[in-house]
Design a protein around this ligand. Structure first.
Ligand code: GLP
Length: 241
């Protein structure tokens, strides 16, 4: 695991963009693993800037998102499908038809999850998986106690994650209780991992991920076992190291 500490959030985005672009260089069909959440937003803005400058071209890239809520219409503005289209696909000039998000609205969720895994395999795997970290150490929606060998599947969201994400939903709207998420085993298959985190609120969990024992109680700690995991954080998120 390589850890880079930057003075601020903007620098985190810039350094992470350098990594992502370097790892995609020379690929005819780059395969990007996409994450939602506020953490990678600076990275996406930076990638958008570099694409506009002609440094990189995402129009032929394939994209696979990490996760999706179960039971939320894919057209719902808070579905991760719409979030990814709005915050990543459009700004980066990706082709929406080449970007997949797990299907949380399928009649048979398990078959849909297996098809998702097949599509990732057929694409030759993910070149660079972008990751944020949840306040309880989740990556994707792999909550504490998730199996290190897990593949894309349905999971129950913890109350903490539902509370963390409630801010995005309208008053009176129920935060979904379940999700479909790539497993920890799926994420670990990506050729490169780029994790970004910033702010003091992430300091404890970032320390647990980097310096704590590898434990299912902190799913992100599995990154210690990845040969090409880059963790890019600001000084506030690094303050407990
Ligand atoms: C969600 C997503 C994760 C993300 C996490 C942290 O739960 N499923 O992929 O990393 O939130 O979000 P934020 O970056 O907004 O702190």
């Amino acid at each position: 695991m390589e850890v880079v500490i930057c003075p601020d959030e903007a620098q985190v985005g810039a350094v992470a963009a350098d990594r992502v672009i370097a790892q995609l260089e020379g690929k005819q069909t780059p395969v990007l693993g996409l994450a939602t959440g506020s953490s990678p937003l600076n990275l996406y803005s930076e990638l958008q800037r570099r694409a506009a400058a002609g440094d990189v071209d995402f129009s032929h890239a394939l994209g696979f998102a990490l996760d999706e809520y179960v039971g939320l219409d894919p057209e719902h503005p808070l579905s991760y499908r719409q979030t990814i289209l709005r915050t990543v696909v459009k700004p980066l000039g990706m082709n929406a038809a080449r970007v997949r998000v797990p299907n949380g609205f399928a009649a048979d969720l398990q078959s849909a999850a297996e098809e998702y895994e097949d599509a990732m395999r057929e694409a030759g795997g993910v070149d660079v998986q972008i990751l944020g970290i949840g306040s309880n150490g989740h990556i994707g929606f792999n909550e504490p106690t998730s199996s290190f060998a897990s593949r894309t599947r349905v999971k129950t969201l913890t109350q903490q994650t539902r509370d963390d994400n409630a801010r995005f939903f309208e008053e009176g709207e129920t935060v979904p209780t379940h999700c479909v998420t790539q497993g920890l085993g799926t994420i670990m298959d990506a050729h490169n991992l780029v994790m970004v985190a910033s702010g003091e609120a992430k300091a404890d969990i970032v320390a647990a991920m980097i310096e704590g024992p590898v434990s299912a109680m902190c799913p992100a700690s599995i990154l210690q076992f990845h040969r090409r995991a880059f963790v890019i954080i600001d000084e506030a998120a690094a303050s407990k190291l």
